[in-house]
Design a protein around this ligand. Structure first.
Ligand code: FES
Length: 105
């Protein structure tokens, strides 16, 4: 479902505290994370190579790529350590009627 670029991707209850989930929406590969009571979303493909961040590890608001250990802040997308040099794209999220939605443009 799409409304002005907002896409419903899962129920709020599908995403546990400290968990992350992968979603494919057309050309987009999205990772969704729950940090505390908040939900964040980024591109799921690492900016350093062909690895999915959701195959890595989430520690608070930092996701570690499974391939070479690059890290990103999931709130800002900022690349935090080598070998990653480029930030990962972040997407706005919102909760509507128990559904997590992501804004894709
Ligand atoms: S592919 Fe992610 S750090 Fe290399």
């Amino acid at each position: 479902m799409s409304e002005n670029g907002w896409h419903a991707i899962c129920h709020d209850s599908d995403l546990n505290e400290g968990a992350m989930l992968p979603f494919e929406l057309g050309e987009f590969q999205i990772a969704v994370y729950r940090v505390g009571s908040e939900v964040f979303a980024t591109d799921n493909v690492c900016t350093h190579g062909m690895a999915l961040l959701t195959d890595g590890f989430l520690d608070d608001d930092v996701v570690e790529c499974p391939l070479h250990g690059g890290m990103f802040n999931v709130k800002t997308g900022k690349a935090l350590c080598e070998p990653v040099e480029c930030d990962v794209k972040v997407y706005e999220t919102r909760l509507i009627d128990d559904m997590i939605e992501v804004l894709l443009r």
